[in-house]
Design a protein. Structure first.
Length: 273
């Protein structure tokens, strides 16, 4: 990573103590700082993301949530002015090491964005796009991937008879589940979600939340959300970001019922944000 400007002193309340049986983490972030040009967006971020759990990232607009989650698969590097310092390790390997190919990282770490973004192709071609890119050509294998991925995304029963139709003919909630299926088709280990339900109606939101609970059996999930109730419903652990700092990171039940920092309490009770 590039040399970065001197960062300001911050105080982080990180009281989480994983259970003895639950120490395994998929990501370890240590003193991670990020700048857009001369403007610092993240300050000394330090937290671990556990395996097969849902980690919610909460905080007001502009606090660094999306920047943080895009750092986890190096999408943030697409911004030319970005500078970083500190460490992000994925499966104990430094993701910014020259030895760690970004293509391998993005194969293992899928991303679902705020607005559904299906390709202007058929439902079938959307799902097989990734596998085809990775060299899978046999139709039988591709057919199996499509069925498996759409079933995992709770969409198969709704679209199995219209796989050759354009994906834009689906509802917003169905399009988002298709994007999740497209992500699952490359068999990632981690799914990153950046406010995946903010553009959806309540029924579609419920479907996605139920899906997240199913998916965590097989995947580790980090989700950015503005919705406090959603974070409380679906996550196992929650990190509260404010002005680029991690103010508090703890088990979700603990953070919402008895936060350690007054700023956390003020945010989750609606006093600001």
């Amino acid at each position: 990573m590039t040399n970065a400007p001197e960062n300001k002193q911050v105080t982080i309340t990180n009281t989480i103590e994983p259970d003895k049986e639950d120490k395994k983490t998929i990501y370890s972030i240590d003193n991670f700082n990020l700048w857009y040009g001369d403007n610092q967006a993240l300050y000394d971020v330090q937290l671990d993301i556990p395996v097969n759990k849902v980690t919610a990232i909460i905080g007001p607009s502009g606090c660094g949530k999306s920047t943080f989650i895009k750092s986890l698969n190096r999408l943030v590097e697409l911004v030319p002015s970005v500078k970083m310092s500190g460490s992000i390790k994925y499966n104990d390997k430094e993701i910014f090491s020259p030895k760690f190919k970004v293509e391998d990282l993005r194969t293992s770490v899928g991303m679902v964005f705020q607005n559904p973004n299906p390709f202007p192709k058929s439902i079938y071609e959307n799902v097989v796009y990734g596998p085809k890119t990775h060299g899978i050509k046999k139709k039988k294998i591709l057919d199996e991937i499509v069925e498996k991925s759409l079933k995992e995304a709770a969409l198969w029963d709704e679209v199995k008879d219209r796989l050759n139709e354009n994906a834009f003919g689906l509802s917003g909630g169905q399009q988002q589940r298709l994007c999740i299926a497209r992500c699952l088709a490359i068999e990632p280990e981690v799914i990153l979600m950046d406010e995946p339900t903010s553009a959806l109606d309540p029924i579609s939101t419920t479907r996605i939340e139920e899906l997240v609970q199913e998916l965590k059996k097989d995947y580790s999930i980090a989700i950015v959300t503005h919705n406090m109730q959603q974070a409380a419903r679906i996550s196992d652990r929650t990190a509260f970001f404010l002005n680029g700092e991690v103010i508090e990171y703890n088990d979700t039940d603990k953070l919402f019922s008895n936060p350690d920092d007054k700023r956390t309490e003020d945010y989750i009770t609606g006093r600001f944000g």
